[in-house]
Design a protein around this ligand. Structure first.
Ligand SMILES: [Zn+2]
Length: 124
């Protein structure tokens, strides 16, 4: 398990999530994009109330949506505030982040099946 996210570096940027600037950005994004983009790709309209298979999310504390940085900001303040974001359900967010943290790149693919992350070995 990578312990990225618990490092000293992570401590430094954790406070960014508490700023009014980020909270406003997050609220605006989720208001305009109120469905998990990855659930939508497989035809499930998930406003945060469902699990990956589309059934109701039984855990109250997992009923929300994540405003996720598409390119991991890794402590980069500009990316944090201005990098592209996407809406994810908690389950998809966990899956995506775990893969990125373990491998150092995202395994997300586009419609043609090609990896979208420029750091993916196929794009180097
Ligand atoms: Zn999802």
């Amino acid at each position: 398990m990578a312990d990225y996210g618990r490092s000293q570096e992570a401590q430094a940027y954790r406070k960014w999530y508490k700023t009014a600037r980020w909270r406003r950005r997050r609220a605006d994004h989720l208001a305009e994009n109120p469905l998990c983009v990855m659930c939508s790709k497989v035809g499930i309209l998930n406003d945060g109330s469902k699990k990956l298979d589309g059934s109701p999310q039984p855990h109250k504390r997992r009923r929300f949506l994540v405003c996720d940085h598409i390119q991991p900001h890794r402590g980069d303040e500009y990316l944090f505030y201005f990098g592209d974001v996407q809406t994810l359900c908690p389950d998809h967010h966990d899956i995506v982040k775990q893969r990125e943290e373990q491998r150092g790149y995202s395994s997300e693919v586009d419609e043609s099946g090609w990896p979208v992350d420029p750091n993916h070995p196929a794009n180097r």
